[in-house]
Design a protein around this ligand. Sequence first.
Ligand SMILES: [Fe+2]
Length: 192
Amino acid sequence: MANEIYWGATLERGNPFRSPRAIGEFHAGELGFGHVVLAVDDYESSLRFYRDGLGLLISDYIELDMGAAGKTTVAFLHSGPRHYSLAIAQFPAPKRLHHFMLQVRDIDDVGSTYDLCQDLRVPIASSLGRHTNDLTTSFYMVSPSGFQVEYGHGGREIDDDDWEVRTHHAASVWGHRSAPAMPVVAATHPAD
Ligand SMILES: [Fe+2]
């Protein structure tokens, strides 16, 4: 998988993004846009590449029981205050990009977007829930390309001076129920 590293993107500070919907700002800026979670073929060599090669720091781990698919460990990595910008794991996924996450400043924007996705019949992969490690309250929708988009609020920020790496044994404190439990039907495009 190719990684692009860049510096000096043009910022339109005087003309920030304004959604046509009545929602507030994304929580990005110096924290970066959010995070990505990659499904990798080789967990150990990927960890060496991102941690030992590129110098990202381990935030924590989650050990996941995937039922019939066995167990896997997800490693979460950061390069600044955002709890994590990258996570990697060996798990079955339709794309190498499992999902990316966008963070909004207002929990109501998560709720109204959750409603909108259901109104537009956007497939929901995971219901509203809260993660154990980064504490984000979020839900996951399925993009037309097959990867997921997580839309959330309240992701924690950390300080390396007092951060302790630990291993969690569940991804969520509550919620994030998988699709079969959701009253959302198959993908169709909004009425057009
Ligand atoms: Fe995520």
